[in-house]
Design a protein around this ligand. Structure first.
Ligand SMILES: C[S@@+](CC[C@H](N)C(=O)[O-])C[C@H]1O[C@@H](n2cnc3c(N)ncnc32)[C@H](O)[C@@H]1O
Length: 160
């Protein structure tokens, strides 16, 4: 395969998300939002062979396109905080390269359809790639930056 020209790449979907969410506003967001929603990864026939052996993984990384994000902001205020942060320290849909990353739980494979839990994408979202979720970072080594601070402020506000 020819290497892409420097500076731009063309990607094509390998499939699409099946989700109960029809619009971005329907996806739960903000502090305490849980993503246990059931959905599907519907892979195009041309890529079905690439699913071989995927059944053995409990969780998958899904890379996808924020295809309904119109533009980007380099600084934004996320729904979990009242303070501005750089886009690269947030999960905002409005990014220079509108790529989403979601970890889903694999429930079952039926041919080229993967039943999963944990979708936060809207129905019909293009899937760019799928990879098995393998993390070697122990929880004790993780820091959560401004998210921890925002959670602590939110907890303090709730206390009587
Ligand atoms: C905060 S982003 C996080 C997505 C992903 N987990 C990530 O970290 O990249 C999730 C939001 O993206 C929006 N969204 C979902 N699917 C979208 C799509 N196809 N195009 C544009 N926005 C979308 C919804 O409003 C949802 O609440």
């Amino acid at each position: 395969m020819k290497a892409p020209e420097k500076g731009s790449w063309t990607m094509r979907p390998i499939g699409h998300i099946g989700s109960p969410y029809r619009a971005a506003e329907e996806v739960p967001r903000g502090p305490g939002a849980r993503h246990e929603t059931a959905g599907t990864l519907d892979i195009l026939p041309a890529y079905e062979a690439g699913l071989k052996d995927i059944e053995g993984f409990s969780h998958l990384f899904v890379l996808w396109l924020f295809h309904q994000a119109a533009t980007h902001d380099l600084v934004c205020i996320p729904p979990t905080d009242s303070r501005p942060h750089g886009v690269f320290s947030t999960r905002s849909p409005r990014r220079p390269n509108p790529i989403g990353l979601t970890v889903v739980r694999l429930i079952a494979r039926r041919g080229r359809r993967l039943a999963v839990k944990g979708v936060d994408m809207i129905d019909g979202t293009p899937i760019l790639d799928i990879k098995p979720y393998l993390s070697s970072v122990p929880e004790s080594a993780l820091t959560r930056g401004w998210v921890s601070e925002a959670e602590a402020r939110s907890q303090a506000r709730k206390r009587p």
